[in-house]
Design a binder for this molecule. Sequence first.
Ligand code: SF4
Length: 430
Amino acid sequence: MLTKSPYILYSNGEGQIFEDTSLYVVGRTGWDAMPIPTEDWIELPDGGNLYELPGRRGIGIDVVTGEMRLCEKGWAVAAFIPPAHTGFYLAAYETQPDAPTLPLFCYTAAGWLNDKFYVPAVRIERDIRQECSGFDQNKVNLGVENMLEAYPHNRLVKHLAENCALTYHCPAARNYFIGRWECPIPSSPACNANCIGCISFQPEDETIVSTQDRLTFKPTAAEIVEFTVPHLETAPYPIVSYGQGCEGEPLLMWETIRESIIEIRKHTKKGSININTNGSKPAAVEALMKAGLDSIRVSLNSARPDIYAKYYRPNNYKFEDLIESLKIVRKYGGWASINYFTFPGMTDSIAEYEALCNLIAETDLSMIQWRNFNIDPDWYLGRIGVADTGECMGIKQMMDLIHEEFPHVKFGYFNPPIERMKNYDVDFAH
Ligand code: SF4
């Protein structure tokens, strides 16, 4: 644990980053800049990146006067912390009027001390499936070659190979081609929501681009079954997951998904079948549970219906539908997670804490995946019209209180394999 605050970082606008030892770094929550407790800092984990933030001046505390002031030496710097870690504070900066909107990544506070980079965060997940040191590109390339040869007519395997694994470097797709753990099944070219920060589709007139392109075809059940059954049969801790970042909403394809689940389970009982979804169609979820679905992960930026609606801008569904979907999965004995877009200043507000407690109690939720929200903080708060986030308790304290209130609710970052659904603390050495 650190005994003093790290120094602020700045960039010279040419991608070079320096520390300014006249200023201690501070963090941001909502619209407010504040000091970060020294016990909240960890070394920037392997796989983390540092970003310069053009048109933004970092905010720090003068090491002599103790006054908060801007770092005028260059642009502000933030950290993209790797999966399995959740950030406690955003990077704090002042945005100039002509500053460009930042792309869809997370912007966690970052500092420098004792020749190391530090971030205020916690490792929330011990599963190593997305450790960047665990990916051998030669194995991925060999897997791609073998699978394209094994399934020459399968459009989905071709998409997972050429787009997901080799272009977007999607960890889930790369794990599939290495023959391990969670295998992605993108299935829907369309969506019934219009998320402001959608990662697979951004309107032409938007200033930012989506991080990947949306699927352009509707796979058949046969195409899905062809490559998923061998994965479930042979991979360690196998999961197959509908609903990926490169598609719309999988529940719009529920008939095809149901048909594929029934067919998969005719061939193998191994592993688990999961769906990542916006939870908009509870009747479809019930049909999938009856067919053999094991778990669901519902994505949300907030447990408050009004904040949810301002971000998701749903077509023909309402917040109560995703609550119903979670309840249905629990009714059938399935595992129900939320993919909780964690944003300091919104997630840890008193109002959000109360709403989340209600959601957990009403749905008998199994797990919270505390996901860093990949979005420009000013842009997000501006677009959902939040000028004042209200009283906040801090992400760390919120996690502690939720754990105290609901000790059975698991915390993590990834969909657990069947072995962990049965015993979450099982020692699953990958
Ligand atoms: S639910 Fe997913 S695919 Fe649909 S708009 Fe939101 S982020 Fe995009």
